[in-house]
Design a protein. Sequence first.
Length: 374
Amino acid sequence: MAIRFLTSGESHGEKLNAIIEGIPYGYELDFDFINSELASRQQGCGRGGRMKIEKDTIKILSGVRFSTTTASPIALEIENKDWQNWIYPMSVEKINFNKVNAKLKKEIEEKINDKKITKLRPAHADLAGTIKYGFDDIRYVLERSSARETATRVAVGAICQNILKYYDISFISEIISIGLCKDKNNFENYIKDFQKEGDSLGGVIKITIKNPPVGLGSFNHWDNRLDGKLAQAMMSIPAVKCVEIGLGKEYAKYSGHQSHDEIFEENGKIYHKTNNSGGIEGGMSNGEDIILKIAMKPIPTMKKALNSIEIKTHKKTKAHFERADNCAVEACGTVARNMAAIIILDAFLDKFGKDCKRDIDLAFQNYQKRINET
Ligand code: EPS
């Protein structure tokens, strides 16, 4: 493994942060590109009022000098502008209760209680999260499990995309369907119809990784297989319930003769005429574009709430509703292509070197030379 990263931050906390380890020395970063990926994640029909408040931009705190990576850990942050509107209940958690007088303590507790959430939302992390940790307030679960955290993943992924651009590897995501609608021109109306009903939607997204070199990943160990790593990264995105590579589940319907990609050679170049395997065979990239498809379930927070129960009393109730998106499939596509970039850069550095751009460039060129000779 070449790259590791951790994120921190709550949806309505002051800031979101990430620390990335393993970015080599010598890559000039394009902050306009990174910020354009952050802006892309904020787009799409179905987003709620929050996106009008935020304008996500990256602030680098370490690991970059004169726009160029230094090989030190990169720390970054993204501001939550909305935090100003959530001083209660978010920042009071930082107040040392032992040091405030009884009257003020009571006032603060009342304000926290005002924002306490106890009605579990089906399909969200609420039920398992509150039981697991013993919380009596869903807010503790909601704040960290919120898809707001994916902003930091996009920032990390955009840095990885930026580096992979030097090797002509790029990432595209496109929406295939929203709910049952497959007509791109009709997505907006379809989403709005469900929005009017207080209902939510998911969808299917295709991710294309263009021009990866052959041989990323490995057949040697389960945890080095590129398809396994990509699948884990995709499934880790909130609300994603299914990942397919190439033909995916359709593969099972065909015979080997009907589906496997035959191998050809012309002027020393090896290629396939079809790409049913989605660019991965034996846990390694095979030189074709890598094609993933992911399915996102509908957003769990809905104005027209589902039947549920209260955490403590177990009394019947309608699920909690507060401002939320009713469809975030487009945002999910941006997150997915950036998560894919993290995995591809990790595999790329495993193969070509981890320290500095000059060495990596030479190793990459040398590998291409060897492939073209055989
Ligand atoms: C989210 C609820 C909404 C979304 C949020 C994810 O936020 P809020 O509760 O502040 O209205 O907008 O997504 C983001 C903030 C984001 O940046 O993607 C949830 O409950 O998961």
